[in-house]
Design a protein. Structure first.
Length: 575
């Protein structure tokens, strides 16, 4: 899996990889040549007292060492560029794929897991590429070349070396195969920790208000302990590998010295050959230790590559049509016809057989208890999800036949939980219309009843991530203003007045009525005071429409609507 994944994503870097391998070939050849030159100095220079030979061969060794340094530096630079480039490319592709997925796929994989895969898993893949490019190639060449040159020096003694190298590599391969499941568990534990951290940091006020710190600490500690135990298992296996390698290679060194001593006494081997053999043993030990680094990272990188590949191969359930409809026969018209929708794995649909129509100039309110499917209904109109049965139509056309970008230009959305991006007030307001003028921004702020708190600080006032430096009501009003700047044909307002006091809400609704008199508005709320003036009210209960009409009609005929009205002490709600 890892090899196929890297082969696919390293194609743009093949030229650099070929050059990298060439540099490492030269570097390793230079490294392997030095012990042979050293053996010649001893046998032909030192033992024979030939100073000229020693100086000449010594100069050659200096030249070889210089080539080794230059090629090693070039190889390190290239491997860094390849690894960094791959990491950048993978993060860009994963981010782009996530942006293209529908809400269904994002929910299935999970936002915390997507964060871990984009950051941590890509880093693991990048790390294995850097280690492999920087270490593994030269290690393989050095190990192979070292064995070959050792055989040139003395075949009988080198046979011991070959046998033990094969034993070490086999033992490492078998040991590391057993580690892959543990690395898979590590990544899942990291997903869980990311999920808990995200949940606990965003909900810290609630945690403290309900004195649940010990409970949340216990939840985090449990997951953290599982990660700790799994890491320990991997650590114990990793610790045994270098010990095993060093033990075998030390036994090898002693065996070579003992066997070579006998051969030197017999006159069948020279002292220089023994020293060269020991140098090659040292180089092979270094090569195997370097290869062990790659072996130890490979199982974790393989798991990470599989997780990244899962995101890259994920297909969105919301697919753009091959030939989208360009002309809308009924601008501003929003219809649901027998729309049914259920989340994956749910026992029953969230919405069942929903039929409603909202026309330009109308405000259609959706009212219902928590969990009745109000927000999901707006998600279908935005085509964040596709209906499982029925149709959602915008402008007289099924949304599945519209280009998603064109659809989102027609439909404006203010979510229940107003989200602002780090930047400035102006950058947030221009999020849907980058060329909006300051006059347009101030106009939208006036309608959204936000100008009063923006004017003292200005449009360039900073906004922290998520809008954490403004109040909930201010976030909602800025989110409404952001949608107003776009001036879409259809407005989907998802309980976006919930953080406002009644007086501010009344002023805001009056301003919206004046400004959006020709627009189509689908308004989700739980406040009776908000829906009283709506053109039509749709009452949802358990995912089904149980009432439709005006406030005056429903208050006397619909039991669900009347119960909601009675639960809210709003003047004029019940007559």
């Amino acid at each position: 899996m890892l090899v196929r994944f890297l082969n696919r994503h390293l194609r743009p870097y093949r030229g650099m990889l070929v050059l990298l391998v060439a540099l490492q070939l030269v570097q390793t050849a230079a490294t392997l040549l030095l012990p042979t030159l050293n053996a010649r100095i001893i046998d032909n220079g030192v033992l024979r007292g030939d100073a000229g030979y020693i100086w000449a061969t010594g100069a050659t060794m200096l030249g070889v060492a210089a080539v080794q340094i230059v090629t090693a530096s070039g190889a390190t630079l290239l491997s860094s560029r390849v690894a960094a480039g791959l990491g950048r490319d993978l993060r860009t592709r994963v981010f782009g794929r996530v942006m293209a997925l529908s809400a269904r796929e994002v929910d299935e994989i999970g936002p915390p897991s997507l964060i871990t895969r984009t950051v941590n898993d890509v880093q693991q893949v990048q790390s294995i590429v850097l280690t492999t490019a920087d270490v593994a190639v030269s290690a393989i060449i050095m190990c192979t070349g070292g064995v070959a040159l050792a055989l040139v020096q003395d075949v009988p003694v080198s046979t011991i070396l070959v046998a033990l190298v094969v034993i070490v590599i086999t033992a490492l391969t078998l040991s590391l195969k057993q580690l892959t499941p543990y690395y898979d568990a590590i990544q899942k534990h990291l997903d869980r920790i990311t999920h808990l951290l995200r949940e606990q940091i965003t909900g810290v006020r609630v945690i403290r208000a309900f004195v649940r710190d010990p409970h949340e600490r216990a939840r985090f500690d449990t997951t953290n302990h599982h990660l700790y135990r799994t890491s320990l298992r991997i650590g114990r296996a990793m610790t045994s590998m270098p010990v095993m390698v060093m033990t075998i290679m030390n036994v090898l060194t002693v065996a070579i010295i003992w066997f070579s001593g006998h051969r030197i006494d017999e006159g069948t081997m020279q002292l220089g050959a023994l020293l060269a053999l020991l140098s090659y043993v040292a180089l092979i030990i270094i090569a195997i230790i370097m290869a062990t680094m790659v072996f130890t990272e490979a199982p974790r990188a393989a798991v990470s590559a599989a997780r990244v590949d899962e995101v890259l191969r994920a297909e969105s359930s919301v697919v753009a049509p091959r030939t989208p409809v360009a002309e809308l026969p009924a601008r501003g018209l929003l219809e649901l016809r027998g729309a049914t929708f259920g989340y994956p794995g749910a026992e029953k649909p969230v919405l069942r057989d929903i039929t409603l129509t909202a026309r330009p100039g109308e405000t259609v309110a959706i009212l219902g208890s928590t969990g009745s499917g109000k927000s999901t209904l707006l998600s279908l109109a935005l085509r964040l999800y596709d209906v499982t049965e029925g149709q959602v139509r915008v402008g007289g056309v099924d949304v599945r036949d519209l280009d998603p970008v064109a659809l989102h230009r027609i439909v404006g959305y203010v979510p229940q939980k107003a989200h602002l991006f780090s930047g400035t007030i102006a950058s947030n307001l221009r999020y849907g219309k980058e060329d909006a003028t300051d006059e347009e921004l101030w106009h939208a702020l006036e309608i959204a009843q936000a100008a009063e708190f923006v004017r003292p600080i200005g449009l360039d006032a900073p906004i922290a991530q998520g809008g954490s430096n403004v109040s909930g009501g201010q976030r909602q009003r800025l989110a409404i203003a952001r949608t107003l700047v776009r001036r879409p044909e259809i407005y989907l307002l998802d309980d976006c007045f919930s953080a406002l006091d009644l007086a501010t809400e009344a002023r805001l609704r009056a301003a919206l009525d004046r400004e959006l008199r020709d627009a189509t508005i689908l308004l989700v709320t739980q406040r009776i005071s908000t829906v009283e003036a709506a053109s039509r009210i749709i009452v949802l209960e358990d995912g089904q429409v149980v009432g439709s009409g005006t406030h005056a009609e429903l208050i006397g005929t619909n039991q669900t609507y009347r119960e909601i009205a009675l639960s809210q002490p709003v003047r004029g709600a019940v007559r």
